[in-house]
Design a protein around this ligand. Structure first.
Ligand code: NAD
Length: 245
């Protein structure tokens, strides 16, 4: 029987690469996203979902659990918001925390009953290098990613006795639509040139380039696999050396 993996935010960027890799490796994958991926391989397993709506997430995942055993959750959906504390409104902060943090809470809480019953599960949270270091003009996003690292650790401790593992992946700058959106916003505000900012970003990475979503997907796949069965409560950095500086 196929293993089952739920991915949130799997219609774009890193999530899309995760959906593709797990599907290619033989998993049955469900993608919970605001918009469908329209991937032929998903064949109806694109589920329209606002991850910040706890009740909706609960209903969707409990329906999945009626027909499948949930082996893996990749809590990946997230948004970026540029701003320091002064130009982050309370509504902006609420939005970022609702999607990035409450969304992870909702998805994890919903998969736990099935994983506990099966005494098996791997949960991977998509944090960021910003779980380890702060970046300028990233107040709300920084907070949200530190929270995800903590969720990985607390979940790992609370559910180790059920053989449920939880780890956070901490990517550096990965070339996805979210990255391009963040650069566009910055250029609009500052008047900077996008090509120059992009080149500067690459030069900031010790390996001299940005990461690719497929590279993050490979790490997630490893963490979900039995090869990582003694790894839990960890923060896995994949950042081209950025946080080693
Ligand atoms: P992306 O914008 O390309 O994809 C994000 C996906 O999440 C989209 O499909 C979007 O529709 C979905 N989404 C957004 N809000 C949602 C909601 N309320 N409910 C359900 N789905 C929603 O972004 P990405 O760069 O692939 O980022 C994916 C994750 O990786 C995010 O959590 C992000 O913070 C994290 N991350 C990205 C980078 C990077 O440089 N790109 C670095 C570190 C961490």
């Amino acid at each position: 029987m196929k293993k089952t993996c739920i991915v949130t935010g799997g219609s774009s960027g890193i999530g899309l690469s995760i959906v593709q890799l797990f599907t290619n490796k033989g998993y049955q994958v469900f993608n919970l996203d605001l918009q469908p991926s329209n991937l032929e391989i998903l064949r109806g397993a694109d589920i329209s979902c606002d991850i910040s709506n706890v009740e909706q997430v609960q209903n969707i995942i409990s329906n999945i659990a009626k027909t499948a055993t949930i082996d893996v959750l990749v809590s990946n959906a997230g948004i970026h918001f540029s701003g320091n504390i002064e130009n982050t409104s309370a509504a902006d902060l609420d939005k970022v925390l609702s999607i990035n943090v409450k969304g992870a809470y909702a998805a994890i809480k919903a998969v736990l009953p099935d994983m506990k019953a099966n005494k098996n599960g791997a949960i991977i949270l998509m944090a960021s290098d910003q779980a380890l270091i702060a970046k300028q003009n990233s107040f709300a996003y920084n907070i949200s990613k530190v929270a995800l690292a903590s969720i990985a650790k607390t979940t790992a401790l609370d559910y180790a006795s059920f053989n449920i593992r939880a780890n956070a992946v901490c990517p550096g700058t990965i070339e996805t639509p979210l990255y391009h959106q963040a650069i566009n916003n910055y250029c609009q505000r500052s008047g900077a040139n996008k090509a120059e900012v992009h080149a500067e970003e690459a030069a900031l990475q010790p390996l001299g380039r940005l990461g690719q979503p497929e590279e993050v997907a490979e790490l997630v796949y490893f963490l979900a696999s039995d090869k990582a069965k003694f790894i839990t409560g960890s923060l896995q950095v994949i950042d081209g050396g950025y946080t080693a500086q």
